[in-house]
Design a binder for this molecule. Structure first.
Ligand code: C2E
Ligand code: MG
Ligand code: MG
Ligand code: MG
Length: 292
C-alpha cells in the first residue's frame, strides 16, 4: 500500500513538475518578448515629506501588461527575470524610462526632487552596472542625484568588498541609496555603519498593525531613531490609515508612502495625482495645526 501510495505521489509530483516547467518556459519566452513588444510600463507612487506634508519624490514600480495573461505582478516576474538573467536588461529599461518620465513631468511643470528605482541584487553581479547607469544618465541628460537606488537587505547581507565597492561607486556618481523592506529577513546591524546609505525604508509589515500592535510601534520607533543616529533618513512604506500617518509624524519619521496617500499610478496620471494629494494634505493638516 505504501508502495502504491509512493508511486502515485511520484507520478503526481512529476506531472506537476513538468507542468510547472512548461509554464515557466512559456513565461520565460513571454518575458523576453515583453521588452521588444513594449509591454512594460512604470507606475509611480508618491512619497510624502512628513515635515512639509507635501510630495517630495516617487517610487517607480514596474508593470507588465501581457495581452493574454493580463497584468502580471512584479512579485511573480521579477524573480523569474532574476533567474533567467533578463533582469539586467529590464533594470536598464527601468532607469531609462524613469529618466524619461521625470523629464516629461518637468516639461509639464513638475520638477520632482527624485525618483526611486528598485535595483535587484542580481544586477550588481555584472561588474559594469555603474558604467551602464552612467551611460544612460548621460544619454538622457539626467543628473544622478535625481535617481535614488533602492536595494534590499539581501544584497547588503552579502557584504563582500566587491558589493561595498559597487555601492560606493554609485554613491560617488551622485545617487542616493535606500535600503528597502528594512527589518525583515536578513537584518544585520553591522552593515548599517559600513555602507554608504541615505535612507532606511521600514518594511510595511511593521506599519500595517499600527496603532493596535504595541510591539510594532516600538520596533518602528527604534528603526527611526537608529536611522537618525546613523545620519540616515527613514521612510515608512505601506501607510494605509490616518492613525499611521499621525504616528509617523509624531515619531519624526522623514517620509511616508502608501495607499493612504495614493496607490502607484501610471506616469501620465502622476502630475494630477501630486496636485490632488498636495491639496488634500494641506486641507487635512492645516485645521489640526491651528487647533494646537
Ligand atoms: P517594493 O519595492 O517593496 O514596493 C512596494 C510594494 O508595495 C509595491 O508593490 C506597492 O504597490 C505596494 N504598496 C504600496 N503602498 C502600499 C500599501 O499601502 N499597502 C500595501 N499592502 N501595499 C502597498 P508592487 O508594485 O506589486 O511591487 C512589488 C515588488 O516588486 C516591489 O516591492 C519590488 O521588490 C519589486 N519591484 C517592483 N518594480 C520593480 C523594478 O522595477 N525592479 C525590481 N528589481 N523590482 C521591482
Ligand atoms: Mg521598493
Ligand atoms: Mg519595499
Ligand atoms: Mg517589498
Amino acid at each position: 500500500r505504501a508502495k502504491e501510495l509512493g508511486r502515485n505521489h511520484f507520478r503526481y509530483y512529476t506531472q506537476s513538475l513538468s507542468e510547472r516547467t512548461d509554464k515557466r518556459l512559456k513565461t520565460d519566452a513571454a518575458l523576453r518578448e515583453a521588452l521588444s513588444l513594449n509591454q512594460f510600463s512604470l507606475h509611480f507612487q508618491p512619497i510624502i515629506d512628513l515635515t512639509s506634508c507635501t510630495v517630495s519624490h516617487a517610487e517607480a514600480l514596474i508593470r507588465w501588461h501581457h495581452p493574454e495573461m493580463g497584468m502580471v505582478s512584479p512579485e511573480y516576474f521579477i524573480p523569474l527575470a532574476e533567474e533567467n538573467g533578463l533582469i539586467h536588461e529590464i533594470g536598464l529599461w527601468v532607469l531609462r524610462e524613469a529618466c524619461r518620465c521625470h523629464k516629461e513631468w518637468k516639461s509639464q511643470g513638475l520638477d520632482l526632487q527624485k525618483i526611486s528605482i528598485n535595483v535587484s541584487s542580481i544586477q550588481f553581479q555584472k561588474a559594469n552596472l555603474a558604467d551602464a547607469f552612467k551611460t544612460i544618465l548621460e544619454e538622457e541628460a539626467m543628473e544622478a542625484h535625481r535617481i535614488d537606488i533602492e536595494i534590499t537587505e539581501r544584497y547588503l547581507m552579502d557584504q563582500t568588498e566587491r558589493n561595498i565597492h559597487y555601492l560606493n561607486t554609485l554613491k560617488k556618481a551622485g545617487h542616493t541609496i535606500t535600503v528597502d523592506d528594512f527589518g525583515v529577513g536578513y537584518s544585520s546591524m553591522s552593515y548599517m555603519k559600513r555602507l554608504p546609505l541615505d535612507i532606511i525604508k521600514i518594511d510595511r509589515s511593521f506599519i500595517s498593525d499600527i496603532p493596535e500592535d504595541r510591539n510594532d510601534i516600538q520596533i518602528s520607533q527604534a528603526i527611526i531613531s537608529l536611522s537618525h543616529n546613523l545620519g540616515y533618513k527613514a521612510t515608512a512604506e505601506g501607510v494605509e490609515i490616518v492613525e499611521q500617518f499621525n504616528f509617523l509624524r509624531e515619531t519624526l519619521c522623514d517620509y511616508a508612502q502608501g495607499y493612504y496617500f495614493s496607490p502607484p499610478v501610471p506616469a501620465h496620471h502622476f502630475i494630477t495625482c501630486v496636485e490632488q494629494l498636495n491639496a488634500r494634505l494641506t486641507n487635512e493638516i492645516a485645521p489640526s495645526e491651528i487647533d494646537k
